[in-house]
Design a protein around this ligand. Structure first.
Ligand code: SAM
Length: 861
C-alpha cells in the first residue's frame, strides 16, 4: 500500500480529488465570482480565474423547491459561495486523545485567537458543540492563512503531523453526523454500504472500540463496502491507523450486497454447519447508507461543481440510491437502525428516496423522529412537497411526464410515488410541445429552447404533490445555520421482517426495476463501477448503469452459489490450494475429501482469504515471544496466500470477523479486499544472521498483543527510551541503564519490544500494561538495538512524551553525556529508509499525497 508503484490512474484520481484549488478556467460572462477566499494574489494574473460560485439553473431549481424560505435565500447563497472552514476529529482510540484535546483547549484556542480577524465567527478555533466529548473541532483559518506567521504555522504543523500519525482525522463537520445518529454499540455488527474513502467507517470503528481494555477486542465489527477499488484502497490505508481486527473491507455493488444466508445458499450443508457456525446469515444491527449523490452540499469545498451542476444529476442517481437503501433495509436485523444520508440538497435524492422506502416497506420500517438526539445540531425538517425537473420542464405529477421520458423520470421521484397507471387522464403524451405546455419554464443549463432565467411565471405555476408521510422527521443541514456544508440524513428503524415479495405493494408506484438510466455528468467525483469492476462511463454507457440498477434485489434474494461450487473446487485443484497447506478446509461439500476450495476463486484478481493454521509456525511464534496461552491465536489468524512457505503477512481477526469468515467459507459470497489487523510479518536477513523467528510483530499488531508478550520484551527507563527514539540505533554499552543494556544484549536476535516505564520510582514493580502504555517494536542486533518505527512516528512520540512526561514534575529527564551516537552495526540488520506515500485529506477535506519515511529492516516488506 502506498508505495511508489501506485498507478498513474490512482495519482490522477488523487489530483482530481483536490479541491479548493485555483484552476485555469475559460471566462464565462454568465457567471460571476463570489469567491471571498484569501487567494487574492492570483487575481493579478488575468488568465487565472477563481471558480464562479453561482449557477442560474441551481438558483431556479432550489428556489422553486423552497429549500430555504425566500427571506433566507441570499444568506444561503452567500454561504455556499464561501470557502468551507476546516474541521477535524480527534481519534478517540488514539493513545494521545486526551493530550490533544487538552492542547487544543488550553494552548491553541488561546494562542490562535489574536491572529483571527472576525467575520462570521467569533472564535478562531472551537469544538463542534454537538459532537460528544469535544472530540470534533472547527477552525476558521484557511490553508493560506495557516502559513502566514509562526503561531499559525505551529498550528498548521500540529494538524499535519497529528493527521499523519492518525491522532486526528480531517473531515467535513457535517459528514461526521450520520454515524452519530446510528447509535452504534460495541457489540454491533455494522454495515457501511458505500464506505470509501472511509471517514465515517473510521468513526464507526472508534465507537465499536470504545471502552476497550488493553489486549481485548470488542464483540462487534464493521463491514466497509465500496464498489470502487481505488477508493477502497484509500479506505484500507486510512483504517491502518485504527489498528483494528474488527473490520472487513468488501467490494460489492451495494444494491447487490450478498446476504450470505446459509439456508438459502447451502441448504445441504446448512444443517451440520449451522451447529458449528457462530452465525448462519449476515445481517446487521446497524447499516449506514451514505450513498453516491450529486454532491451539491459540498459546493463550498468543491466549487468546480458550480459549473457542472444541473437538475439531471440528482434525477440520474435516484434509482440507484433507492436500490442501495432498500438493500440496506433487507440486510438489517429486526430492531436495527439504518441511516440514509447524502451530501446533496436535492429532494429527489433525499425525501423521494425516503418516501419510497416507507411505501415499499409498509409497517415493517419506521422513519424515526430523532429531534431529541444531538440537540445542539441545528437542522431543518425534511420537505413534504417537491417537484421534479426534467429537460428544463417542471413536473408536478408523474402523469405529466412525457412517455418518452418515463424510463428516466420514474414515479418514486414524486411525493406520492403514484404512477397513475389506472388513471383515465394518463394522457400527457398527447402531442403538446414542451414549450407550449411549460412556457418559459426551461432550464438554461439544459440548453433547451428558452434560455431565460427560468423562474416559473405565476400564471403557469406547476402544482406539486404533497406527501402525507412523516418526512419532516428527516434532517436537512444547510450551510448558513452553522457555517458548514449541507447534508441530508434520515434514520430508519426496522420493526418487523421485510415482507418477502413486497417490492411494491400495489401497481400504482410503478416498477422499481424500470430504472432511471439517465446518468449524471458528475457524481461527487465518483466513478460508478459494475460488479466486475469495469468503469461505467456515465457519458456513453447508460446501458451498463441501467443494468447495474436493474439487478438490485429489493428483498433478500441471494445469488445462488451452489452451482458455482463444483467449478470452484476445480479452480482450487488447479491452483493446488488445499489441505497439504494445513489451512482452512474450504470445500464444505467435500470436507474430509482431499479436494479443497479456494473460496474466493470466483473473484478474479482478489487474493483468497485463508485461515492460517500452520501449527509449527504458530507455535514457533508463540514460543519466541512467550505469548501467553490466554491470547487466542488459533483460528484467529488469516493470510492472503495459501502457500505457507511464502506467507508474508499474518493478520489477526476478532471473534466477530472470524464468525463472518467462517460463514463465508460456507457460502463463498463476499469479495474481501482487506481483513484483519496485520500482526506478524515475515523477516529475512541478507547476511545470514537471521532471527530464530521468521516473523516480527508489526507495529499495528503490537498494542493488542502487548499484554500477552512475556519474552523478547524489555522495560526501558525514560532516558533510554528517549535515546532510542532520538537516535534510532543505540549500542548496548551506550544505554544509560547498564542493566537494560545487558538485558538487551541477552535477547534473542530479531524482533523485540521496548516498553517505556514511566515511573522511575516504581522501576522494580512488575509491569502492568494498560491502554496508555507506550511500547515500540525494535530489532535486537548483534551489538545494538534499532527502532522499527517510522521516522515521523518516532518524532511525534518524542514530542508528545516531551510535553506530557519529560517536562513534567514526575520525571525529570536528565541529559547525560553518554556517547549515544547514531552508529549502526554494519553486521546487523539495518533499517532502510524507504519513502512511502500516504494519502491524507487537506484542510478542506480534499485528498493529497504526501511522502513520509518508513523504517523497516531490509528484506522485510
Ligand atoms: C458519498 S461517497 C461515500 C463517502 C463515505 N461514506 C465516507 O464517509 O468517506 C459514496 C461512495 O459510494 C461508492 N459507490 C458508488 N456506487 C456504488 C455502488 N453501486 N455500490 C457501492 N458503492 C458505490 C463510491 O465509490 C463512493 O465511494
Amino acid at each position: 500500500m502506498g508505495g511508489r508503484g501506485r498507478s498513474r490512474t490512482q495519482r490522477k484520481h488523487f489530483k482530481q480529488s483536490r479541491e479548493n484549488v485555483w484552476k485555469r478556467s475559460k471566462p464565462n460572462p454568465q457567471q460571476h465570482s463570489n469567491d471571498g477566499s484569501d487567494n487574492n494574489d492570483d487575481n493579478s494574473n488575468p488568465t487565472w480565474q477563481p471558480f464562479a460560485t453561482n449557477n442560474a439553473a441551481f438558483d431556479d431549481y432550489y428556489k422553486e423547491q423552497g429549500i430555504v424560505p425566500p427571506e433566507e435565500w441570499d444568506k444561503f447563497i452567500e454561504f455556499l459561495g464561501k470557502p468551507l472552514p476546516a474541521a477535524f476529529r480527534i481519534n478517540s482510540s488514539s493513545h494521545f486523545c486526551s493530550d490533544i484535546r487538552f492542547q487544543l483547549q488550553n494552548d491553541f484556542v488561546k494562542s490562535l485567537q489574536p491572529e483571527f480577524i472576525g467575520g462570521d465567527e467569533a472564535e478562531a478555533l472551537r469544538p463542534l458543540p454537538w459532537y460528544p466529548e469535544n472530540l470534533a473541532w472547527h477552525s476558521n483559518f484557511s490553508r493560506n492563512q495557516l502559513r502566514k506567521n509562526q503561531t499559525l504555522e505551529r498550528f498548521h504543523e500540529f494538524l499535519k503531523q497529528a493527521n499523519e500519525i492518525g491522532n486526528i482525522t480531517r473531515q467535513e463537520a457535517v459528514s461526521m453526523v450520520p454515524p452519530l445518529f446510528l447509535d452504534v454499540h460495541t457489540d454491533h455488527f455494522v454495515l457501511d454500504m458505500c464506505a470509501a474513502p472511509g471517514s465515517k467507517t473510521f468513526q464507526l470503528l472508534e465507537i465499536i472500540h470504545r471502552c476497550n481494555k488493553a489486549g481485548s477486542l470488542p464483540s462487534g465489527m464493521v463491514v466497509a463496502n465500496d464498489i470502487d477499488v481505488q477508493r477502497s484502497n484509500l479506505l484500507i490505508h486510512q483504517m491502518k491507523r485504527m489498528c483494528t481486527a474488527n473490520l472487513i473491507v468488501t467490494n460489492h455493488e451495494a444494491q447487490n450486497f450478498p446476504g450470505c444466508d446459509l439456508n438459502k445458499n447451502r441448504p445441504r450443508a446448512s444443517e451440520g454447519a449451522a451447529k458449528t457456525l457462530g452465525i448462519n446469515q449476515l445481517l446487521f444491527d446497524r447499516v449506514l447508507c451514505d450513498v453516491p449523490c450529486s454532491g451539491d452540499g459540498t459546493l463550498r469545498k468543491a466549487p468546480d461543481l458550480w459549473r457542472k451542476w444541473n437538475a439531471g444529476m440528482g434525477n440520474g442517481l435516484h434509482g440507484l440510491q433507492l436500490q442501495i437503501a432498500m438493500r440496506g433495509i433487507s440486510l438489517l436485523k429486526v430492531g436495527g437502525r439504518m441511516v440514509y444520508s447524502t451530501c446533496s440538497l436535492n429532494p429527489v435524492e433525499n425525501e423521494a428516496v425516503v418516501a419510497e422506502i416507507l411505501r415499499n416497506c409498509g409497517d415493517s420500517v419506521e422513519l424515526l423522529d430523532v429531534s431529541n438526539e444531538l440537540p445542539q445540531l441545528v437542522r431543518r425538517p425534511g420537505l413534504n412537497k417537491w417537484k421534479v425537473r426534467d429537460k428544463g420542464i417542471w413536473l408536478g405529477l408523474y402523469k405529466d411526464v412525457p412517455k418518452h421520458r418515463r424510463s428516466v423520470v420514474i414515479p418514486s421521484m414524486f411525493p406520492s410515488g403514484r404512477s397513475y397507471a389506472d388513471s383515465p387522464d394518463d394522457s400527457y403524451d398527447n402531442g403538446l410541445e414542451e414549450t407550449e405546455r411549460n412556457g418559459s419554464n426551461v432550464d438554461p443549463a439544459c440548453g433547451s429552447q428558452i434560455a431565460s432565467s427560468g423562474s416559473v411565471p405565476s400564471s403557469q405555476v406547476i402544482q406539486g404533490e404533497h406527501s402525507s408521510l412523516p418526512l419532516e422527521r428527516c434532517i436537512r443541514i444547510v450551510p448558513h445555520d452553522q457555517n458548514s456544508g449541507a447534508f441530508f440524513i434520515a434514520v430508519f428503524h426496522k420493526r418487523s421482517p421485510f415482507p418477502v415479495g413486497r417490492e411494491k405493494n400495489d401497481n400504482q408506484h410503478g416498477d422499481l426495476h424500470q430504472r432511471n438510466c439517465e446518468v449524471p455528468e458528475a457524481i461527487s467525483g465518483e466513478v460508478i463501477k459494475s460488479e466486475n469492476n469495469s468503469d461505467i462511463n456515465p457519458a456513453d454507457d447508460t446501458g451498463k448503469l441501467k443494468k447495474a440498477t436493474q439487478d438490485a434485489s429489493l428483498v433478500d434474494e441471494e445469488v445462488h452459489e451452489v452451482d458455482l461450487m463444483d467449478e470452484r473446487c476445480k479452480i482450487s485443484e488447479e491452483n493446488g490450494s488445499g489441505e497439504q497447506q494445513g489451512n482452512e478446509v474450504f470445500c464444505p461439500e467435500k470436507s474430509g475429501d482431499k479436494t479443497k476450495l479456494q473460496i474466493q476463486g470466483r473473484w478474479r484478481g482478489v487474493d483468497p482469504v485463508i485461515l492460517f493454521k500452520d501449527e509449527t509456525i504458530i507455535n514457533h511464534i508463540k514460543a519466541f515471544y512467550g505469548i501467553d496461552d490466554s491470547f487466542p491465536l488459533y483460528g484467529h489468524l488469516v493470510t492472503r496466500n495459501n502457500d505457507n512457505n511464502h506467507v508474508k503477512r499474518i493478520y489477526y481477526i476478532s471473534k466477530s470477523v472470524k464468525d463472518v469468515l467462517e460463514l463465508n467459507f460456507q457460502v463463498g459470497q463476499l469479495k474481501i479486499a482487506s481483513v484483519g489487523l496485520k500482526m506478524f510479518e515475515r523477516q529475512t536477513s541478507r547476511d545470514g544472521n537471521a532471527s530464530p523467528c521468521s516473523f516480527r510483530i508489526s507495529s499495528e499488531g503490537l498494542p493488542l498483543l502487548l499484554p500477552y508478550i512475556t519474552k523478547q520484551i524489555l522495560h526501558a527507563s525514560p532516558v533510554d527510551f528517549r535515546h532510542l527514539l532520538q537516535y534510532n540505533t543505540v549500542k548496548f554499552e551506550n544505554f544509560v541503564d547498564a542493566e537494560f543494556g545487558e538485558k538487551a544484549s541477552q535477547l534473542m536476535m530479531g524482533c523485540c519490544v521496548v516498553v517505556l516505564r514511566e515511573d522511575v520510582r516504581a522501576f522494580s514493580d512488575p509491569m502492568r500494561v494498560n491502554l496508555s502504555t507506550v511500547a515500540i517494536g525494535c530489532w535486537k542486533g548483534r551489538s545494538n538495538m534499532t527502532v522499527m518505527v517510522s521516522t515521523i512516528d518516532c518524532q511525534d512520540l518524542l514530542e508528545r512524551l516531551e510535553k506530557c512526561l519529560w517536562s513534567g514534575d514526575t520525571i525529570s529527564m536528565q541529559e547525560t553525556d553518554t556517547d549515544v551516537s547514531p552508529v549502526q552495526d554494519a553486521q546487523d540488520i539495518k533499517p532502510s529508509d524507504a519513502t512511502k506515500i500516504v494519502v491524507r485529506e487537506d484542510a478542506n477535506g480534499a485528498e493529497v499525497e504526501e511522502e513520509i519515511d518508513a523504517v523497516a529492516p531490509e528484506g522485510v516488506e
